[in-house]
Design a protein around this ligand. Structure first.
Ligand SMILES: NC(=O)c1ccc[n+]([C@@H]2O[C@H](COP(=O)([O-])OP(=O)(O)OC[C@H]3O[C@@H](n4cnc5c(N)ncnc54)[C@H](O)[C@@H]3O)[C@@H](O)[C@H]2O)c1
Length: 356
């Protein structure tokens, strides 16, 4: 049994708790404890999930036997916790982005290598079955040589303005949203970013006292020559039919593929909620035959995959095998996504093309 903990038990940490708890029911993992610096959050999560809680992760590591830890603190607060966990000999699943600095990612990688532990980054877009097929088709040459691509990922304004207004100014549409698709595109193209040019707007959120970009439009040219535009924003109206609007497309010498991962074909309208669309492939809440709540979907699969990878290593499996066969995003993937995202922010600052 892999002994797990969660650091940062807020909105997304809750999803990780669900995933670990399910693996506990299957006898694969045990959720040993959770940690959050916010007393009220910690208290309510401990009660809800009947699990031990700590305000300080260092104390948690001292007192509990833990193999693996998931880090779901705000985007700019992953680094120190990750490095400490790695130096304490824990495997880590770090929420995207791995870190908001290249130096932070490199420090984590050094600590992981020194302690012979795993870094996995929760880039769950890789686990969406439509993306897996898209990636397979792109790599197989079905569309000939890819010439260009386009991505958009946009959140409703409540995400920066309500969900985490306290730390949105330390993040951006690229850090919070863009890195998901930056990783997916890198994974499909099997190529790293070469240079970028980006423009951005700060109109709405700054007026609301949240000092960050509303939207960022970035052109990334990859080492294999493919250019991909990433349009990201987090100011869609509250009345938009889904919390996230997103899609990806590639055009090649022999074809085109377009994947709308927001409107998957089911639209509804109710007096209570107005227009809605479902993205049930991400997280679907359902029940097992005993009436227990079960969560399914690629948002859960990517977390479970981390535990399965550790199990593989514990059973004598090699990291080389994981790198060769698993669809997981590891440290190098997190680092390369961060390299592209930092170059985008540098281009926003300098208004120039930035080479990576
Ligand atoms: N994979 C995804 O689709 C996805 C979706 C949403 C968020 N995220 C990522 O998850 C992370 C958390 O986002 P969220 O929406 O859950 O934010 P949140 O604000 O709801 O939760 C973050 C929690 O971390 C706690 N925290 C802060 N510093 C801490 C510390 N030093 N030790 C312990 N706890 C600490 C806060 O008190 C808070 O409860 C972010 O990096 C975000 O980008 C990923």
């Amino acid at each position: 049994m892999i002994k797990c903990a969660v650091i940062g038990a807020g909105r997304y940490g809750t999803n990780i708790i669900h995933a670990f708890r399910q693996l506990e029911q299957q006898g694969i993992a045990k959720l040993v404890s959770i940690c959050d610096t916010n007393f009220d959050v910690l208290n309510s999560q401990c009660k809800k999930y009947n699990v031990k809680g700590y305000l300080d992760y260092k104390e948690m590591f001292e007192k509990e036997k833990i193999d693996a830890v998931a880090i779901a603190t705000p985007d700019h607060l992953h680094r120190d916790i990750a490095v400490y966990a790695l130096n304490s000999g824990k495997h880590i699943l770090v929420e995207k982005p791995m870190d908001v600095t290249v130096e932070g990612c490199l420090e984590m990688i050094k600590a992981a290598e020194k302690n012979n532990v795993l870094i996995q980054v929760d880039f769950h877009k890789r686990y969406d079955p439509y993306h897996q097929q898209l990636c397979k088709d792109v790599r197989s040459g079905k569309f000939g040589t890819i010439e260009y691509g386009y991505v958009h990922m946009e959140d409703r304004i409540e995400v920066p303005a309500v969900w985490f207004s306290s730390w949105a100014q330390f993040s951006s549409p690229v850090w919070f949203l863009g890195v998901h698709f930056i990783d997916l595109v890198r994974w499909c193209l099997q190529s790293n970013g070469k240079y970028v040019f980006a423009t951005g707007s700060r109109m709405k959120l700054t007026k609301m006292g949240i000092d960050t970009y509303d939207s960022i439009s970035a052109k990334v040219v990859f080492e294999n020559g493919v250019s991909v535009t990433f349009d990201t924003c987090w100011i869609l109206p509250e009345k938009f039919e889904a919390i996230v609007n997103q899609s990806i497309r590639f055009v090649g010498t022999e074809g085109i593929i377009e994947c709308d991962t927001q409107d998957r074909g089911t639209r509804l309208c109710s007096t209570k909620n107005g227009m809605e669309t479902y993205n049930l492939g991400f997280i679907l809440e359902t029940q097992d035959r005993y009436g227990n709540t079960v969560y399914k979907g690629y948002g859960i699969e990517s977390i479970a995959d981390f535990v399965y990878n550790i199990q593989h290593l514990k059973n004598g499996g090699s990291f080389e095998n994981l790198k060769k066969y698993a669809i997981s995003a590891f440290a190098e993937d997190g680092l390369e996504a961060t390299r592209i995202a930092t170059a985008i922010h540098r281009s926003l600052d300098t208004k120039e093309i930035v080479h990576i």
